[in-house]
Design a protein around this ligand. Structure first.
Ligand code: KIV
Ligand code: NA
Length: 270
């Protein structure tokens, strides 16, 4: 398989081929997901919950992100993997200043990431422009932004009323203009994420609990394999159902994203 690059992703986006993304936290699962044809692997700060047993992503450190990014990058290297590797900037690693954000982004790039992801709109737009101009590809993240769960008041759908939908759409536009090449939309109404997707020609939207109208989809790998500490979010599909191996389940996910059968319209109410 040919390496997934910035230009191949832009090409997929332009052609309307859906982008299949999953989280990965370790070398072995990264290699298996790569073999299954996953386009992008995200070392998500969800590793706080999945690997460390935390209640939220708020307590995830730069050290932890660097450690898991290095592990995933090594796994991909071992199998000469093709997947594009994204790493989350954890809470507290980019809020202080643009310089702090750049330093943190560089550390994750040096750990093997090819792109970093950060959460939020508004003040982040300046930060995104600053680090993109300095050679770090950026994925933005709007809607439910788990690092600010305490400010948001819980894990709930965002952009439901007219004013918050307009703010979200404005942020998406500004983030593209600032140079973000990807944008995760988490738990936003399907109609809103479809509207944003249609508007962004140079920034591929990746949905999670955001309907089927986005340019790609992402799930936490453990969720879609049906292994959970608690109850999985209701937008998750367990791809082990009807699969006889993890590799088969991962392939089924890629296929379902590509052919538009995941997610389905009736999956959630918002
Ligand atoms: O940390 C994570 O896993 C994420 C994705 C679910 C988008 O940010
Ligand atoms: Na995250």
């Amino acid at each position: 398989r040919k390496a997934v690059t910035r230009s191949r992703l832009a090409d997929m986006h332009a052609r309307g081929e859906k982008i299949a993304m999953l989280t990965a936290y370790d070398a072995t699962f990264a290699a298996v997901a790569d073999a299954a044809g996953v386009d992008c692997l995200l070392v998500g700060d969800s590793l706080g919950m999945v690997c460390q047993g935390l209640d939220s992503t708020v307590g995830v450190s730069m050290e932890a992100m660097r450690h898991h990014t290095e592990s995933v990058a090594r796994g991909l290297r071992r199998v000469q993997g093709a997947a594009w590797l994204i790493a989350d900037l954890p809470f507290g690693s980019y809020q202080e200043s643009r310089e702090q954000a750049l330093r943190s982004a560089m550390a994750l790039m040096q750990a093997g990431a090819q792109m970093v992801k950060l959460e939020g709109g508004g003040w982040t737009i300046d930060t995104v422009r600053f680090i993109v101009e300095r050679g770090v590809p950026v994925c933005a993240h709007l809607g439910l932004t788990p690092q600010t769960v305490h400010a948001l008041g819980g894990y709930r759908v965002q952009g439901r009323d007219e004013s918050s939908a307009a703010r979200l759409q404005g942020d998406a536009r500004a983030l593209q203009e600032a140079g973000a090449a990807m944008l995760v939309l988490e738990m936003v109404p399907a109609a809103l994420s479809a509207r944003i997707t249609a508007e962004l020609a140079h920034c591929a939207t990746i949905g999670i609990g955001a309907g089927k109208g986005t340019a790609g989809q992402v799930l936490v790998m453990h969720d879609m394999l049906g292994v959970n500490l608690g109850k999985p979010p209701k937008f998750v599909r367990n791809f082990m159902t009807g699969s006889d191996s993890i590799e088969h389940a991962l392939r089924a996910y890629v296929r379902a994203v590509k052919d538009g059968t995941f997610p389905d319209d009736g999956l959630h109410a918002w």
